[in-house]
Design a protein around this ligand. Structure first.
Ligand code: GAL
Length: 411
């Protein structure tokens, strides 16, 4: 009897600690991360400067919250096994840095790895999950990205659930970002484990160059990572997001059209908006993209639906995202290397496409003809700021690799 009671108690207590923190990341997380621009070349001054710039640039005001230190801040473990920040680059330590970030009204994020070593060959969390979680809670960490290097032989759902339980036991609500690159279909098991999961390898700072691993393309430039998201929309929602990787806007690898398209499409697919540029060297154009509040409102919509392609004519695509209160976001995406002209019939969302004044005969690869607009809507074109209506066909030119992003509200 006593044994049964003890087993029951153990099961109940395990149950209590086998959960992720609920009611956080109810909209896709927004912030800034060191990796895309600075990789391992990071230090505490860079982080403080980034926090200052997030505030002074207006990005905080636009919704960006998390300052996230990616790989290479950690150097070793102390004699008791606690993780140690590199004293050369982070002499004041992580607690002081977290305090600084918090003093700006921002949140503090950090990186580790589920394997023995991080991808930058720093100590990982394998075998130290509970100790690391305790340390993060003590420092005031609000966001943890957990990578998947040096994890041979480990089982991904189990490894990530172990850190989830460790974080929960340490009692500080922390957004948990699973960075397993989509290899083991984290969208199928991630919802109970973390708040977001990478669906692909690292984004590259270009438009469409693939990155091959074992001869298989698993990520690449903006449109490569975008294409991997189609079909995953049913797995996303408040508190559990697909993550196509961070933004490359402002890193010099994209044209202005491509930057606008990248940001708009990340808004449409409810991707986490984690900027990855140098916030202190940001030009006016980059700032205008990253802080467009109407585009961000589509990303942060309370319904938490991930938008998806409803028409795919190869190089011309239409994305659709249902929003709260019966509103809709539509994004017309020109993947051609030249400008095109569109004539869009709002009723059934069919369109004619011209390139060089020649009408293209396009056959749709994806055609969600079940999605029709049953009412009349007024339209705001998010980038041109024009207002339109669905009573008339939309006739518009779209530059190469660019978008028209629109919000539709019932009349
Ligand atoms: C990769 C990860 C990147 C970055 C890098 C750090 O595995 O996908 O986003 O965190 O490791 O080494």
């Amino acid at each position: 009897m006593r044994q049964l009671f003890a087993t029951l108690c153990l099961l109940i207590s395990l149950q209590c600690f086998s959960q992720k923190f609920e009611n956080i990341a109810l909209t896709p997380p927004m912030g800034w991360n060191t990796w895309n621009k600075f990789a391992c070349d990071i230090n505490e001054k860079l982080i403080r400067d980034a926090a200052d710039a997030l505030v002074s640039s207006g990005m905080q005001d636009a919704g960006y919250q998390y300052i996230i230190i990616d790989d290479c801040w950690q150097i070793s473990r102390d004699s008791l096994g606690f993780i140690v920040a590199d004293p050369k680059t982070f002499p004041s330590g992580m607690k002081a840095l977290a305090d600084y970030v918090h003093s700006k009204g921002l949140k503090f994020g950090i990186y580790s790895c589920a394997g023995r070593l991080t991808c930058g060959k720093r100590p990982g969390s394998r075998g130290y999950e509970y100790q690391d979680a305790l340390m993060y809670a003590k420092w005031g960490v609000d966001y943890l990205k957990l990578d998947w290097c040096s994890a041979d032989g480990q089982n991904p759902p189990e490894s990530y659930a172990l850190m989830r339980d460790a974080l929960f036991t340490a009692k500080r609500p922390i957004v948990f970002s699973i960075c397993e690159w989509g290899v083991n279909k984290p969208w199928e098991w991630g919802k109970d484990v973390g708040h977001l999961w990478r669906t692909c390898g690292d984004i590259l700072n270009n438009w469409n160059v693939p990155d091959a691993k074992d001869g298989k393309c698993w990520s690449g430039g903006v449109v490569i990572n975008l294409d991997i998201q189609q079909g995953l929309e049913k797995y996303a929602g408040p508190g559990h997001w697909n993550d196509p990787d961070m933004l490359e806007v402002g890193n010099g690898g994209l044209t202005q059209s491509e930057s606008r398209a990248h940001f708009s499409l990340w808004c449409m697919i409810a991707a986490p908006l984690i900027a990855g540029n140098d916030l202190n060297e940001m030009d006016a154009f980059t700032k205008s993209i990253l802080t467009n509040k109407e585009a961000i409102a589509i990303n942060q919509d309370a319904l938490g639906n991930q938008g998806f392609k409803i028409k795919d004519y190869g190089e011309f695509e239409i994305f659709y995202k249902p929003l709260a209160n019966g509103e809709i976001a539509i994004c017309l995406f020109n993947r051609y290397n030249e400008k095109i002209k569109i004539d869009l019939n709002w009723k059934d969302l069919t369109s004619k496409v011209w390139s060089n004044n020649k009408l293209l005969e396009l056959t749709a690869k994806i055609d969600r003809s079940d999605i029709k607009l049953k009412n009349e809507f007024s339209i705001v074109d998010i980038w041109s700021k024009k207002t339109l209506t669905t009573e008339k066909n939309l006739i518009v030119e779209i530059p190469a690799h660019d978008v028209v992003l629109m919000r539709l509200s019932r009349k």
